[in-house]
Design a binder for this molecule. Structure first.
Ligand SMILES: Cc1cc2nc3c(=O)[nH]c(=O)nc-3n(C[C@H](O)[C@H](O)[C@H](O)COP(=O)(O)OP(=O)(O)OC[C@H]3O[C@@H](n4cnc5c(N)ncnc54)[C@H](O)[C@@H]3O)c2cc1C
Length: 290
């Protein structure tokens, strides 16, 4: 079952521009290799189909976390350990820190990157729901230039993305200035630690004068792509935070999502847990706001 190593090639380019040139010169031939925590599992099990990799680990342009008054920007190579120790992320984007702290064990957190989690495009990945709820944007770089895209439009189907073969995911940008937000993140797996999600929910909300005036709800592991639940958000946006809101929200979510069946869980279990998490979120919101 193990891969035949001589069939594989891993090269390290000297610079970002050389990386982009290589990606452009033979589109689809070279694929980025970041922390390798997803790729090495496939290699070890003999399931790594693609053969040629470009090591991007040493590119300084893809590292670091920078802040402006309006945005916090993470290089694609920022690791889960770095996410957890950044003071602004902890203060303003706690769900991303929680997702990072619940991703794998310490070794994975030291090596796995936020860019790799996004580009690997697993529906069960744990940072995407938080990124959706925070309205993240992604920078895709190529020799043709840079383009910023809303993360919400990035995944187009199971393991399919709008990123082109000559593009590199360079940065993740989070809009700041969301005071008084409630943040809710829950990962449900077979056990508390080191488990792959069966359902993962991230949501933000703000309540003023008893009315929900901001809401974003996202789920992982229930669909072929990480999912933002816009129809359920519509039902909740502008609604009074009173008893009946829970039933309305549960009904809206039950209409909106069609959970998947796979080796990790069933669609019935996923639906039940998703509805319960939404209820838990709304009840917590109500008790914090009254
Ligand atoms: C034991 C174990 C436990 C894990 N637990 C979890 C968990 O709890 N939750 C979770 O979400 N994940 C988990 N993972 C998966 C993995 O650690 C994460 O998805 C991680 O973020 C991948 O990042 P990486 O840098 O290692 O990606 P890599 O393995 O280097 O790459 C993954 C994919 O992304 C592409 N890629 C990487 N960087 C870029 C870039 N900048 N631009 C374009 N494409 C790029 C690669 O070409 C490849 O296709 C686990 C993995 C292991 C081995």
């Amino acid at each position: 079952m193990r891969a035949f190593i001589p069939n594989y090639q891993l090269i390290t380019s000297k610079s970002l521009s050389e990386t982009l040139s290589l990606l452009a010169s033979e589109p689809g031939v070279w694929q980025p290799f970041a922390g390798g925590t997803d790729l090495m599992v496939l290699l070890e099990s003999g399931k790594l189909v693609h053969k040629n990799y470009l090591n991007i680990w040493n590119l300084p342009e893809l590292r670091g976390i920078t802040a402006t008054p309006d945005h916090l920007t993470l290089g694609a190579l920022v690791t889960y350990t770095e996410v957890q120790s950044d003071p602004i992320l902890r203060e303003e984007f706690p769900m991303l820190c929680q997702a990072a702290s619940e991703t794998g064990g310490l070794a994975i957190q030291n090596r796995g990157t936020i860019g790799g989690n996004i580009a690997n495009a697993s529906p069960a990945a744990d940072s995407p729901p938080a990124l959706l709820a925070y309205n993240a944007e992604l920078e895709l770089l190529s020799v043709r230039g840079s383009r910023w895209v809303p993360y919400q439009t990035f995944h187009t189907g199971y393991k399919e993305m709008i990123m082109q073969p000559d593009e590199l995911l360079a940065r993740v940008r989070l809009p700041r200035r969301w005071p008084d937000l409630h943040h809710y993140y829950r990962k449900v797996g077979t056990r508390k630690a080191q488990a792959i999600s069966k359902v993962c929910m991230a949501a933000t909300a703000r309540v003023s004068d008893g009315t929900v005036d901001h809401i974003r709800i996202a789920f992982g592991s229930i669909a072929p792509v990480p999912l933002r639940c816009l129809k359920t958000e519509d039902v909740l946006h502008g609604a009074k935070l009173e008893g009946s809101i829970v039933e309305k929200a549960r009904a809206a979510l039950a209409r909106e999502i069609v959970p998947i069946d796979d080796i990790r869980s069933t669609k019935d279990y996923r639906l039940k847990v998703s509805l319960n998490l939404l209820e838990d979120f709304l009840r917590g919101l109500a008790s914090d706001s009254w």
